[in-house]
Write a protein that binds this ligand. Structure first.
Ligand SMILES: *Cc1c(COP(=O)(O)O)cnc(C)c1O
Length: 225
């Protein structure tokens, strides 16, 4: 077995174990393989091992890989920082955009989404650690942003996403994810079914708090190039 095969088996074991401990149904956590810096051939390997959801951070790199992997039934997630002048490519080439924290970006995605595609799936990024320098909307502004975005015609608002400040402490990791889960519950808006949270180092804590999509790079592909 090569490294990706073993790594992926390990990640799947970790998810199943966390789901078991959390008392959640087996397989209820979706896995996005984060392929940033890795070439298309490496992503194709993960595809052959059953991965269908891929996450990318850098637009130009992602577009090139999408061209190379055309024809595969991949669900593409954009998880990187969004420049509002680059939304057209996101609207045309991605199935999901995580990390939206401004109405203007959502409005542009809605306006630019091609009519022959279904509405684009979107998650609002929340700054759960309340770090001033960090991306994400504050909890105090979340409701007004969500209520504006949910009205946009070509957007399907799916839920919330967060990248908490890294911590080695399990309870601290859980606390940040709990904040996101509670924020989703408190919003209580129809059709919101997604908590996009948890990465290689904290996916167990995220599953314990109800993550429906974890975004995992290093634990699958190894240290980034
Ligand atoms: C890179 C990245 C990931 C994956 O991180 P790993 O620690 O390699 O699993 C997840 N989410 C976002 C937003 C990222 O930028």
């Amino acid at each position: 077995m090569n490294e990706i095969t073993q790594n992926l088996a390990q990640v799947r074991r970790r998810l199943l174990e966390a789901e078991r401990i959390a008392g959640r149904p087996e397989g209820s956590t979706g896995l996005i393989a984060v392929g940033k810096t890795w070439p298309a051939a490496v992503l194709a390997k993960a595809y052959r091992l059953g991965i269908r959801d891929f996450g990318e951070n850098y637009l130009q790199e992602a577009l090139a890989k999408q061209d190379e992997l055309k024809g595969l039934d991949i669900i593409w997630h954009f998880i990187g920082p969004i420049q509002s002048n680059k939304t057209r490519h996101l609207a045309e080439r991605f199935d999901w955009v995580h990390g939206v924290d401004r109405l203007k970006v959502a409005e542009r995605l809605s306006a630019q989404r091609p009519v022959d595609l279904p509405p684009i799936n979107l998650c609002i990024q929340v700054n759960v650690s309340n770090e001033p320098s960090k991306a994400g909307v504050g909890l105090d502004e979340l409701r007004s942003l969500a209520e504006s975005i949910i009205r946009l015609p070509r957007i399907k608002l799916r839920g919330l996403m967060a990248i908490p400040a890294p911590s080695d402490d399990f309870d601290e990791q859980r606390g940040a994810f709990r904040t996101l889960r509670k924020a989703l519950e408190e919003l209580n808006l129809e059709g919101l079914d997604t908590l996009s949270m948890g990465m290689s180092d904290d996916l167990e804590a995220a599953v314990m708090e109800g993550a429906t999509l974890v975004r995992v790079g290093t634990a699958i592909f190894g240290d980034r190039l």
